[in-house]
Write a protein that binds this ligand. Sequence first.
Ligand code: HEC
Ligand code: HEC
Ligand code: HEC
Ligand code: HEC
Ligand code: HEC
Ligand code: HEC
Ligand code: HEC
Ligand code: HEC
Length: 386
Amino acid sequence: MASLKNFFAWCKRHYLLVTFLGVLFIVVFGFVNIQILHMTSEPEFCHMCHPAQGFGPLAEVDSWEHSAHGEAGVSCLDCHGRPGVVGYIKAKLGGLKDTYMQLTISKEEKLKILQNPKEDLVPDQQCLFCHSDEGNQSYRKKVRLMKIVRMRLLDDVKNPEFRMHKGLPDILTDTFVGGTHFDHAMHREAFDFKCRDCHFGLVHNPSTKTDRMNMCVACHKENEDSEAPQVAECQRCHEAQYDMNKGIGAKDVAGEPGLMWGNGIGCQDCHTGVAKGVYRPTSETCSNCHDESYKEIFNDWASETKAEIADLRELRITVEDALKDADKKKRDTKAHWERYEKALYNFRLVRNDGTNGVHNHDYAQAILASVKKDFNAILNALEQSW
Ligand code: HEC
Ligand code: HEC
Ligand code: HEC
Ligand code: HEC
Ligand code: HEC
Ligand code: HEC
Ligand code: HEC
Ligand code: HEC
């Protein structure tokens, strides 16, 4: 007892030092804790127990790494954890449960759980938080204190800025999405769809575009008496591909119809397998009308455009970072952001067409050249102005 008393007396005499040590302790302890929270949120950590390659159960980290979300820096807890502090903490508690289960259940039981994810494992609200303005703003109003933890992309997502900077549409109001003419709001309202009903291959599971198209046309066939487009009406759904063939659609870039489209060749003259359910043609289709050497032209067109798209993808990230940096320094970037968003729109048109410019090589080339020019002009302007 006496020693404790002595200790307090000592503290009283050296209260400045004690306060200092106390604060230091809290800061260091807090820092270590945050580092632990941070570390255990990283995909590398998840990989310890979700280690397989490819798609499906146990391969969640690998499949994520190769997904569009992975490439865009949308990480595990951006989807598997509600926004805000409480959401973050709940997700971390879920992680504790994972660890406990790992130690207590058999391999077979674990696989069974992963094969049958709960229906609301990632609720639609989570997706709408990033992919619509309404879903983002209403959630932000409900959940204050968004900003206490800043260890995820998610908590910084504020729409419309976030999706505009990524070049994404508002899926509840826009009908030109991913290159397709599709009205999310109408289909959701009429049929009570969940996101996963159509985006079943999102992130972790394999799926083909053919599976997705079949889903649309099967239901539309049942609704033949309505406005629903039937299989042969390609261009009513495939807006980006239709535009590319016609040489229109990009902002501030003049174009001509594609070589074939301009000479009266229609979609199904190249897409000859549609009646058999084979929608995607190969270079073989060129030799239906031209000699064999035209397969090489196809390959040249595609590889040239593909390489340019890859380069521009890197350049886009540099430009976005430079713009954000300039914003932090409170510089006037409004006009630059507008130019960036226009360029991104054009870039996505070529990407969403999905053929690496085969539908209209010259137009695709002209668009990508203008995108490159826009991106470089922004970088130059940011370097020059102070
Ligand atoms: C120590 C091993 C371990 C680590 C590390 C781990 N998990 Fe898991 N995870 C499991 C096990 C075991 C299950 C199945 C049992 C369960 O539902 O908890 C599981 C299940 C899941 C589920 C499905 C839950 C459900 O209810 O269907 C998700 C989502 C998940 N993990 C995400 C993650 C994420 C994200 C990380 C990294 C931040 C991670 N896990 C790290 C072992 C782990
Ligand atoms: C863009 C959102 C998104 C991201 C990012 C994401 N997931 Fe998922 N995850 C989902 C969805 C949606 C499901 C439900 C799958 C279904 O409905 O079939 C899911 C399911 C799972 C499951 C349950 C088992 C399974 O295979 O379906 C695990 C485990 C999991 N994710 C782990 C992870 C890990 C680990 C990461 C990061 C490396 C991650 N997820 C990143 C959306 C995401
Ligand atoms: C943290 C924000 C965020 C969340 C949460 C999120 N996404 Fe995304 N999503 C993005 C970004 C960013 C991209 C852009 C990727 C690109 O094109 O560069 C994207 C791309 C997409 C795409 C087009 C690319 C593809 O993989 O087909 C679809 C579809 C999509 N998201 C659906 C969903 C669904 C469904 C959910 C919910 C399970 C979801 N997203 C959750 C940010 C998010
Ligand atoms: C009835 C089917 C269907 C449902 C349900 C559905 N989508 Fe889509 N979604 C599509 C189609 C078709 C496209 C365009 C083609 C593509 O990229 O796959 C698309 C594209 C997208 C894109 C890409 C936008 C772009 O321009 O890159 C996002 C993001 C998206 N959907 C999010 C969602 C979210 C979030 C939900 C749930 C609230 C949802 N979708 C529900 C069919 C659907
Ligand atoms: C469960 C049934 C069902 C599914 C699945 C479905 N649709 Fe529809 N869709 C309809 C119906 C019914 C209409 C007609 C509505 C009307 O007459 O106003 C329609 C109308 C449309 C239209 C024309 C209306 C407009 O906005 O211009 C387009 C385009 C369309 N759907 C695209 C798609 C795509 C793409 C998919 C697949 C991702 C899809 N639909 C999946 C039932 C469906
Ligand atoms: C009702 C809308 C609709 C109609 C009509 C339609 N498609 Fe599709 N198609 C889709 C959707 C949705 C996808 C999937 C797109 C995605 O996921 O990016 C798709 C995918 C495709 C693919 C990619 C297939 C793959 O597996 O790679 C091709 C090629 C294609 N469509 C060609 C056509 C052609 C040619 C026609 C006309 C004969 C046509 N489509 C009519 C909605 C439609
Ligand atoms: C000159 C021949 C030709 C014409 C004309 C043509 N296509 Fe294609 N299309 C192709 C080839 C070849 C591919 C496959 C490219 C590849 O795999 O790299 C393709 C791919 C596609 C895809 C798949 C894109 C993706 O996202 O993967 C769609 C959708 C499509 N075409 C729709 C259309 C539509 C709609 C029309 C008419 C407006 C049309 N095509 C006209 C040759 C043609
Ligand atoms: C249905 C028939 C048809 C198909 C399939 C087709 N073309 Fe053509 N192509 C034409 C016609 C018609 C012209 C214009 C008349 C001409 O100049 O020969 C043309 C013109 C061209 C030209 C410019 C003139 C020349 O001969 O150099 C090129 C290059 C070309 N096509 C490449 C391709 C490639 C690559 C494919 C495969 C993706 C393809 N075509 C598929 C019919 C077709």
